[in-house]
Design a protein around this ligand. Structure first.
Ligand SMILES: Nc1ncnc2c1ncn2[C@@H]1O[C@H](COP(=O)(O)OP(=O)(O)OP(=O)(O)O)[C@@H](O)[C@H]1O
Ligand SMILES: [Mg+2]
Length: 453
């Protein structure tokens, strides 16, 4: 099947025929029209990728065909064929969006090259559009999973924040989805047509980070062999995501403050400043306010960055979202690996109970590990890591919301566990240490669920 459709338009039938047969190939399906009106009708109906049109025609001329064609499909590539006498009109046609022109008499090879380049351009444009759509889809709000009240509130904030152009500070434990949220804000904002650039401030030493962020001019330091633009310039008109902002040094903090105040950057080694239009979204998993109080982070920068704060709650505080996330993650893995698995109720229950210090990322890793290690189609508790299987929920959070009885049992359980550990699981010895009968110890082990699965 031909890859592209091309339309050749010329009043002169034999001329149209010559052009058409010279560009026709396995990849190009060529149609012909012998008047401007016929051409416009055919463009609307057959949607060619490229139109080669003569400039001078009796009814609608080449410029008219060009204008109509662009109305029908703004990305259609139009090549004008013109006599030398009308070259100025052909140049004007370029301003109207024509891709190129060829002057009569021309070599057929010359036209073929122009056509093939024009189609390359069309393909690149189409790929860019689909790539952007793919990114928008991938980072759209619907890819942030959650139905808990906390997440609903988060969605609401993301929507609002996307419309305005202010600085945002995202806080949350590791793996809660800070980068995911930052991308969602960018791809929902009017800046979505430009770049989202992410930089991990904690991963780079000060000098390198500075040069990464602001760029450097040739000779700024040993090794700066050529001028290189920084991430601020790369993110111009887009969004710069400053991850782990809390780890930045005082010097970097000063530079960032300057950008936020003046909307200008100065490349390392340069004497002039350049204007940049960048939205900043910062993120941290530290308690930045505490750092400010302790004098470890500039207060003025903190306030500039935290115009709108977004806090992503840890996964253990929104356990309602876990079943949804499990489904989402299993689905994503099925697409990637071709292995469709289900999670048994027992395994799901364990996943909902665990406290997830590594949040959604940890959940992803656990499910991915189980999916790739288990030959069966269902994931059972035995396929989960020990820390998830043996997790005792009482030990961690929520300790403040227990009845006295529950709390006493918890203390009892912990103490028995630690004694058992000390005596290497010797129950007789443990009963002696605890000064209870062996039978009572067995009963307690059973009741309190000690050492069980
Ligand atoms: N609500 C969510 N819905 C779907 N996927 C999520 C959600 N939250 C996080 N994830 C996924 O979890 C992983 C970790 O998310 P992300 O990298 O955004 O976290 P982070 O907060 O930036 O973590 P870190 O502090 O470790 O950099 C990613 O693969 C992301 O797609
Ligand atoms: Mg991150």
């Amino acid at each position: 099947m031909a890859l592209y459709k091309i339309l050749v338009v010329d009043n002169d039938k034999s001329m149209a025929e010559v052009i058409a047969s010279s560009i026709e190939s396995e990849d190009y399906e060529v149609m012909k029209a012998h008047s401007g009106a016929e051409a416009v009708a055919l463009i609307a109906r057959a949607r060619p990728d490229l139109v080669v049109t003569d400039l001078k025609m009796s009814d609608i001329d080449g410029i008219g065909v060009l204008k109509e064609a662009k109305k029908i499909d703004p990305d259609v590539v139009v090549v004008i064929v013109t006599a030398f006498a009308s070259i100025q009109t052909a140049i004007n046609a370029m301003k109207e969006g024509a891709y190129d022109y060829v002057i009569k008499p021309f070599k057929l090879d010359e036209l073929r090259i122009v056509v093939s380049r024009g189609l390359d351009l069309r393909m690149i444009k189409a790929e860019n559009v689909s790539l952007k759509k793919e990114l928008e889809r991938q980072y759209g709000l619907e890819n942030i999973i959650g139905k808990s009240r906390e997440m609903e509130r988060l969605f609401e904030t993301i929507r609002k924040v996307s419309e305005v152009d202010t600085t945002v500070m995202i806080t949350g434990e590791s793996g809660t989805g800070k980068e995911l949220v930052a991308r969602a804000i960018h791809y929902n904002s009017p800046r979505r047509g430009s770049q989202f650039v992410a930089v991990n401030c904690g991963a780079l030493p000060e000098g390198i980070l500075e040069s990464e962020l602001f760029g450097h001019v040739k000779g700024a330091y040993t090794g700066a062999v050529s001028t290189k633009a920084g991430l601020f310039q790369e993110a111009d008109h887009g969004t710069l995501f400053l991850d782990e902002i809390g780890i930045t040094t005082p010097a970097i903090q000063v530079s960032l403050l300057r950008v936020l105040q003046d909307r200008e950057i100065r490349m390392v080694g340069d004497t002039k400043s350049v204007r940049v239009d960048v939205r900043i979204i910062a993120a941290t998993n530290e308690d930045l306010e505490a750092k400010v109080k302790a004098g470890a982070f500039r207060e003025d920068l903190y306030y500039r960055l935290t115009v709108i704060p977004i806090e992503i709650p840890p996964l253990r505080r929104r356990r309602d979202d876990i079943p949804l996330l499990i489904r989402h993650i299993v689905g994503k893995l099925a697409v990637r690996t071709g292995m469709v698995k289900t999670v048994s109720d027992e395994a799901a229950e364990l996943l909902c109970r665990y406290n997830w210090p590594g949040n959604v990322r940890e959940l992803e890793n656990v499910i991915e590990g189980a999916v790739s290690l288990t030959p069966s189609a269902t994931i059972y508790p035995r396929d989960l890591p020990e820390r998830v299987r043996n997790y005792a929920p009482d030990r961690e959070d929520g300790a403040g919301q227990k009845t006295l009885g529950e709390f006493m049992s918890l203390v009892e359980k912990r103490h028995i566990e630690s004694v058992l550990k000390e005596v290497d699981g010797n129950k007789k010895l443990a009963a002696e240490v605890l000064q209870i009968s062996l039978a009572s110890l067995y009963r307690k082990i059973d009741e309190l669920g000690i050492g069980g699965q």
